[in-house]
Design a protein around this ligand. Structure first.
Ligand code: ADP
Ligand code: ZN
Length: 646
């Protein structure tokens, strides 16, 4: 199954095949572009726009309505922040940003103030005095940006306030929250249609990372954005490396992955159940990983505290159910690991998309086994939903299993699901280390015969015992040692048979009967295989040597992880990078803002690499805008000088 859409609606969209490498798409002659670039450089310290940003910014700054669909990490914020500054400079007023992520507003505002943008927010967390002061600042025209919670905007008083103030632009972030189909639905978002009625002359830009055509149409409909220009970016996230490993010991595989690839890095580990979240977090702690749990069963205060720690500190690993996600806006999450299979490719894409928003290398890692397939199928069968819904869920699961079992490029598979074509990426496990496939026809026939001869009443464990000719109480009780299939499978190990059965289920050559404790049964599709009328190709089980991919290993808890290493830093540079991070942690503590609000990893890595000795050289580094230079420039140069004198 694939989601049609992106390509088909090309009449309304501008499509950037690969937004991270494509040159700025608008020529300098575009009205307003030079001005926009100047703001980008001076205030944000970025040398240029990425992909469609230039088009979006000039369109929005000129007063056009827009709907922006861009993957997480694509750089949506700049699409309203730069227009906000441009429009303010033209005397058009303040840009109002509507966002449901109340917990993040303080951080967003802090990040803006760090670069000299006059930003404030209004939400339910503020006391009356602060609210009044902020309202006054707005009326006095002293704000470039005002962040607003949607429930506040729905209040009549707030709309009156905006009418008295001068509003230059409405930016509606996380616009998919208007979709009643989606899991992030917010009833208050439905009220945002009043913006169009009460402020017909104020342009609006809606932004979201949710790509499917249904949600897109719903946003246009509900926000009355019919005349808006729609900008769709490629949904590729080239900096994310996709890896799906055959599960053998999930926990130790996870630990090895974190230790080898991401010591000291921030990451998210997703599990399906609350209990598994708690247990995994505890276990990781005993292994010296700074891990904390997060799930909907925890009380609100503990949840908020854990989220805040993850958001604000360096190198915290959150073990979570999918309740953790919305409201995470941390650019330097270096890995997302799945211990359980997500429900669909959309879910997988969204969850893994939380890694590497800063564009630096990041990992999406998953451990995958037969139990996942069984469990997900059971969840679908046992649900009370309509048959239609079950059919859709089941098709979605199949698409995801296809991604897990493929021997081809994961990214090609992922993007084709979203209607995009791509070539092999060179940055997924299958590209880097192509799996072998083998002719599994004979094995499949043995396995299917075994299911059939034992009466389609047994689970995988017993079936493997029969095939391998094991002797135990159960075998004897059922007289299975007398069957023709007994002991015909000694050529494969238990683990290899497990993978064979998993692939049979994934390929729909066998199915799981949940009524009978996971007994395997034949399907229609299994008959031609049993009759020898078709062949079966399978991916060979890959057992990676201990120590994973090796070269990156080493390092204790404080060693810089993938961020530094993959940026190609030498040993000495990596040390400088580690000191810069320590300096940043100190700054973050004294100013009580998240570390990345001070400077991003990418910026620190570039500083470590280029070792600038003058303010001018420092200014050339991505992320060093005028304000940051003024604030931290001298200190950074002194720190670097100490490093070289050491
Ligand atoms: P999104 O909201 O789409 O997930 P953000 O707006 O948070 O993405 O941006 C993601 C990251 O990319 C941020 O760290 C931001 O600083 C960086 N970024 C965005 N645009 C640019 C650009 N033109 N040049 C360099 N970095 C950029
Ligand atoms: Zn690939």
């Amino acid at each position: 199954m694939s989601l049609p859409g992106i390509a088909q609606r090309a009449d309304r969209v501008s499509f950037a095949p690969n937004m991270h490498v494509s040159p700025p798409s608008a020529p300098d002659a575009t009205p307003g572009l030079a001005e926009a670039r100047a703001v980008l450089r001076a205030t944000f310290g970025h040398p240029d726009f990425r992909g469609p940003q230039a088009d979006i910014v000039t369109h929005v700054a000129a007063g056009g309505d827009a709907l922006v669909l861009m993957p997480t990490g694509g750089g949506k914020s700049l699409c309203y922040q730069v227009p906000a500054l441009l429009r303010k400079a033209r005397g058009l007023g303040t840009t109002v940003v509507v966002s449901p992520l109340i917990a993040l507003m303080q951080d967003q505002v802090d990040a803006m103030r760090q670069i000299g943008v006059r930003a404030s927010f209004l939400n339910s967390t503020l006391d009356a005095r602060t609210v009044r002061a902020t309202e006054q600042a707005l009326l006095d025209g002293e704000l470039d940006l005002l962040y607003l919670a949607p429930e506040r905007l729905a209040m009549a008083g707030c709309q009156d306030l905006l009418e008295r103030a001068s509003v230059a632009l409405f930016a509606i972030d996380e616009a998919h929250c208007v979709s009643q189909w989606g899991h992030d639905f917010r009833p208050e978002y439905l009220q945002l249609s009043v913006l169009h009625e009460r402020f017909p002359r104020v342009p609006r830009v809606a932004l979201t990372a949710t790509a499917d055509p249904q949600t897109r149409d719903e946003i246009i409909e509900r926000l009355a954005l019919h005349g808006a220009r729609v900008f769709v970016s490629s949904f590729d996230r080239p900096n994310i490396r996709y890896t799906i490993v055959d599960r053998d010991e999930a926990r130790s595989q996870l630990l090895r992955f974190i230790r080898d690839e991401h010591p000291g890095d921030a990451g998210i580990v997703y599990c399906l159940s609350r209990r598994k979240v708690e247990e995994t977090a505890q276990w990781l702690q005993t292994q010296g990983i700074d891990a904390i749990p997060y799930h909907a069963g925890m009380d609100a205060a503990a949840r908020a505290a854990h989220q805040a720690r993850f958001q604000r500190e360096d190198g915290v690993v959150v073990v979570a159910t999918i309740a953790f996600g919305m409201g995470i806006d941390k650019p330097d999450v270096r890995f997302v690991a799945h211990l359980d299979l997500p429900k669909s490719i959309e879910g997988y894409y969204q969850e893994t998309g939380r890694a590497g928003r800063d564009g630096q290398p990041a990992d999406a890692w998953m451990s995958y086994g037969l139990a996942d397939v069984v469990q997900q199928r059971r969840l679908i069968d046992a649900s009370e939903a309509s048959d239609d819904y079950k059919r859709i869920s089941s098709a979605k699961l199949d698409a995801l299993l296809g991604l897990c079992e493929t021997a081809g490029c994961r990214r090609v598979r992922l993007l084709s699901y979203f209607g995009e074509e791509a070539g092999a990426c060179g940055n997924c496990d299958n590209c880097l280390d192509p799996p072998q496939t083998w002719d599994a026809t004979e094995a499949a026939r043995k396995a299917l015969s075994c299911i059939y001869r034992t009466g389609q009443r047994f689970g995988v464990g017993h079936l493997i015992d029969v095939l391998r000719g094991h002797d135990n109480e159960r075998i004897r009780r059922w007289h299975h040692q007398t069957l023709s299939v007994y002991g015909i499978g000694t050529d494969l190990s238990d683990q290899e048979w497990r993978v064979v059965f998993r692939q049979l289920v994934a390929l729909d050559l066998a199915q799981v009967d949940h009524g009978a404790h996971g007994a395997l049964q034949l399907t229609e599709a299994s008959r031609p295989v049993l009759r020898g009328e078709c062949s079966v190709q399978m991916r060979r089980l890959v057992v990676r040597p201990r120590g994973g991919r090796g070269q990156r290993g080493g390092g204790g808890r404080d060693a810089p992880g993938r961020a530094a290493l993959a940026a190609g830093l030498s040993g000495a540079q990596a040390e400088v990078f580690a000191r810069l991070r320590a300096w940043r942690a100190e700054q973050a503590r004294t100013q009580s803002v998240p570390a990345y609000v001070i400077l991003h990893d990418a910026t620190l890595a570039e500083i470590a690499q280029r070792a600038p000795t003058t303010i001018d050289a420092l200014a050339d580094i991505g992320g060093m805008g005028a304000k940051k230079l003024e604030r931290y420039g001298t200190e950074l140069l002194e720190l670097l000088q100490l490093e070289t004198e050491d």
